[in-house]
Design a protein around this ligand. Structure first.
Ligand SMILES: [Zn+2]
Length: 469
């Protein structure tokens, strides 16, 4: 009797274990199968055959960026559009890891949980994807960057829609160059530099140091410093681009006085600088519509006083992605809390809508009163130092430039900022590699795209897509 009971318990336990395992595998399959199917190891999907019957990709205005005809992937008829949209759309391969045709390959190709990829064509449910980007702005950004390597991001800081996300070097996905792996001109061409490029942020990082000082030092905005063009910090020389004279924080930011912000970083110390940098996206990755960004870095754990001071002006080992800087500007424009950027407007097929882009808030970067001060400082910086008209004829822009020095070669040119216009609420960041001057090189690129965005908004008002956060 006892033996029978023991056997019965064993049978019940084994049966339970069997069903637990079965449920585990079914749940796993349903959650992850669409990711597994598009993995590079799954060659018939990862190569061009995976797109043979894939759905359409449209820009925000309905322009077709990619479609499949007779088993071939066809991109937009204009080579400029193809090259300008490459890093968002992708090519036939999965080499561009953050591109839509890599991340959403299974949705595009019509992978189905029940049938896998084996369903007959008449019930195949390939999905179409509409992006938030504007192909016209993409090509404007590409021609403004020209032959230079760099990145341009412009997004609506009220809704989160990315209107422009352009990265160079690029190539034509319809005619992938044969020497792409060996020609230096294409070095890093698979990277979307907006999301995956990291650069010393230079003086654009003074926004972070300002926010830290306003957060942690009482009456920080009235701290005075007499800039003579250089000073000694931590027994080493510290240089400015020019002689600013007696300045407080607003004037120091407008004139981009290195010594002012170097001393500020030193006074704050590594702990408070790190705390503020982390609130503003450093030491962290963002995931944007399934695309993971590179990590922006602020680490002064090994820094001496001179190095800590250099970190306060975005040098030393500080690194930022362009999108991180655009999100910081969006936070300043939004009272301290950024609306997070996104680029998928909708994924839709015969079975309905799989995904809709929507407005979402990031975590708080600074309290509203500090955001307001930075807003006024960036406004004042353009007003007094760059010139509102030099910047943009159609929008009222607040901004901060950076000329980020690197160990070898010419400095990288940066600018980040936002428009004050309610009907055209745009946050942006531009990097031109080895551009040397944020003012002379990055601002004209930003201006070209922002003016085009303002013109496009009169045809397709951005406020139409605005929804309350
Ligand atoms: Zn100075």
């Amino acid at each position: 009797m006892k033996r029978t009971r023991t056997r019965s318990i064993m049978v019940v336990l084994l049966t339970l274990a069997y069903f637990a395992g079965l449920i585990y595998h079914i749940v796993n399959l349903s959650l992850h199968s669409s990711e597994w199917v598009s993995m590079p190891q799954n060659a018939h999907i990862a190569d061009s055959e995976g797109l043979a019957d894939a759905g359409m990709i449209y820009d925000r205005n309905g322009i077709v960026l990619a479609q499949s005809l007779n088993g071939t992937r066809i991109y937009n008829a204009s080579e400029a559009v193809r090259r300008a949209c490459l890093h968002v759309v992708g090519d036939d391969s999965t080499n561009i890891s953050t591109a839509v045709q890599t991340i959403y390959r299974s949705e595009l190709s019509g992978y189905n949980f029940i049938f896998g990829l084996g369903q007959p064509d008449f019930i195949r449910t390939s999905n179409n994807i509409t992006l938030t980007i504007d192909a016209g702005l993409q090509t404007t950004a590409l021609s403004a960057l020209g032959d230079r390597k760099g990145a341009v991001i412009v997004y609506n800081y009220k809704t989160g829609e990315i209107l422009c996300m352009t990265s160079t070097p690029t190539y034509d996905p319809q005619n992938v160059p044969e020497d792409i792996e060996t020609n230096d001109d294409y070095e890093g061409a698979y990277l979307n530099r907006v999301l995956s490029g990291v650069y010393p942020p230079g003086s654009t990082f003074k926004l972070v140091t300002s926010a830290a000082a306003l957060e942690y030092i009482p009456d920080a905005e009235n701290i005075e410093y007499n800039c003579t063009g250089s000073d000694e910090i931590g027994t080493k020389e510290f240089n400015c681009f020019s002689v600013s004279g007696l300045v407080t924080m607003r004037e120091a930011l407008a004139q981009s006085c290195n010594c002012y912000f170097g001393f500020l970083a030193l006074r704050l110390g590594g702990e408070q600088m790190t705390a503020q940098a982390q609130k503003m996206g450093f030491n962290n990755c963002y995931t944007i519509d399934g695309a993971q960004t590179a990590k922006s870095i602020y680490n002064v754990s090994e820094a001496n006083d001179n190095e800590l001071a250099w970190s306060g002006v975005g040098q030393y080992t500080v690194l930022s992605t362009p999108i991180n800087m655009a999100i910081i500007s969006a936070a300043v424009a939004n009272g301290g809390i950024p609306v997070m950027p996104y680029f998928i407007k909708e994924i839709k097929g015969a079975t309905g809508t799989l995904k809709s882009g929507s407005t979402s808030l990031g975590s708080i970067m600074m309290p509203p009163d500090i955001a307001q001060k930075l807003y006024d400082y960036m406004d004042y910086t353009v007003e007094t130092n760059y010139g509102k008209n030099y910047f943009c004829s159609s929008l009222d822009i607040c901004a901060k430039t950076g000329t980020a020095e690197i160990d070898e070669g010419i400095a990288h040119a940066w600018v980040t900022g936002f428009s004050k216009d309610e009907d055209c609420p745009l946050a942006f960041a531009v990097v031109v590699e080895h551009g040397n001057s944020g003012y002379g090189v990055a601002i004209p690129v930003a201006t070209a795209v922002l003016d085009a965005a303002a013109a496009a908004s009169t045809l397709h008002p951005y406020s139409r897509f605005r929804s309350a956060p």
